[in-house]
Ligand binder design. Structure first.
Ligand code: SAM
Ligand code: DTB
Ligand code: SF4
Length: 338
């Protein structure tokens, strides 16, 4: 294994990480890793500032894919109420509430393998409505063709979320209905369309430390780093094959955030699913390790998230401030909508 000192030039934007180099970062003493991550964080981001995204499931359940972690797969008995694609007006109402609560980005998730044309037309309208409110828009709709990615871009979409989830090596244990290469192809289509890329993974599915290192290495070695990197802790949903996975060592979760911060210095690293199961102290360590984005609001897609009051209190106790919108066009739209 290589020495981390030789390899981790603080804050360099690199796309040529080797596995031993990334593993050397994971192997650093915890305090050294966190110090380094916080230094890189402060070189590239406003300290004590956290971006806030709100999620809405616009089409829920009955998904044909077999992702072993997911309560929305048709293959597992999770007791989930399925819901067809929502009406545009209801999505708009939800976005209005998210904005009033303080979110700056509204993320629409759909349980699709890939979206159908007629649904994409409706979703394009949802995106226009969200943008008109002065919110950034994000969608996660499964696999996209280059043409579909362009259509979403034309509707004004800002971000597309499509996760690699884990390493290429472990991936086959989790999903059989589409390949790792399918995911990389969608990411390439999203990038080619000029959309911001939101791409990360899940920790706690039974993967090894090497798998975590490979996931982050694959993300960092993409031709351009994702603008947003969600690190989810598995939400263990009864009825899914991963319902009884062992708990993640919280320090290992923090390490994953820190290494993501070191490998992708400019990205927003999102402390994503799993916050409801975390203590305030653990979340604080994740922010110290370089996390600077969260999902904000009572619900993720189908599972719970800390409520708004709890997050406001946490931010106040830690001296954290929500990140303001930087995009001038969005700010103008915000003003116009008032
Ligand atoms: N169907 C689309 C897809 O798979 O790309 C979009 C929605 S899907 C629910 C988005 C992401 O949520 C997944 O890639 C996965 O990383 C994350 N996710 C789903 N279930 C999860 C769980 N139980 N715990 C943590 N993350 C989860
Ligand atoms: C991501 O990485 N995490 C979000 C978002 N992208 C779409 C989803 C988390 C889902 C957690 C399980 C649920 O609520 O269904
Ligand atoms: Fe379907 Fe997405 Fe869930 Fe996989 S993660 S089962 S594709 S909704």
């Amino acid at each position: 294994m290589q020495r981390a000192n030789d390899t981790a030039t603080a804050g360099c934007i690199r796309h040529d990480w080797s596995l031993p180099q990334v593993q050397a970062l994971f192997a650093l003493p915890f305090m050294d890793l966190l110090l380094r991550a916080q230094q890189v964080h402060r070189a590239h981001h406003e300290p004590n500032t956290v971006q806030m995204s709100t999620l809405l499931s616009i089409k829920t359940g009955a998904c044909p894919e077999d992702c072993a972690y997911c309560p929305q797969s048709v293959r597992y008995e999770t007791g989930l109420d399925t819901q067809a694609l929502m009406e545009v007006a209801a999505v708009r109402d939800s976005a209005v509430r998210a904005k009033a609560a303080g979110a700056t980005r509204f993320c629409m998730g759909a349980a699709y393998r890939s979206p159908k044309h007629k649904d994409l037309v409706v979703i394009a309208q949802m995106i226009r409505e969200v943008r008109a409110l002065g919110l950034e828009s994000c969608a996660t709709l499964g696999m996209l063709t280059p043409q579909q990615a362009q259509e979403l871009k034309a509707a004004g979409l800002d971000y597309y979320n499509h996760n690699l989830d884990t390493s290429a090596e472990f991936y086959g244990e989790i999903i059989s209905t589409r390949t790792y290469q399918d995911r990389l192809d969608t990411l390439a289509a999203v990038r080619a369309a000029g959309l911001n890329v939101c791409c990360g993974g899940i920790i706690g599915m039974g993967e090894t430390l090497a798998d975590r290192a490979q996931l982050l290495r694959t993300l960092a070695n993409l031709p351009a780093h994702p603008e947003s990197v969600p690190i989810n802790q598995l939400v263990k949903v009864p009825g899914t094959p991963l319902a009884n996975c062992a708990d993640v060592d919280p320090f290992d979760f923090v390490r994953t955030i820190a290494v993501a911060r070191l490998l992708m210095p400019r990205a927003h690293v999102r402390l994503s699913a799993g916050r409801e199961q975390m203590s305030d102290e653990l979340q604080a360590l994740c922010f110290l390790a370089g996390a600077n984005s969260i999902f904000y609001g009572e619900k993720l897609l189908t599972t719970g998230n800390p409520d708004v009051a709890a997050d406001r209190s946490l931010f106040e106790r830690l001296g954290l401030t929500p990140e303001a919108l930087k995009d001038a066009a969005a700010v103008t739209a915000t003003a116009a909508a008032r």
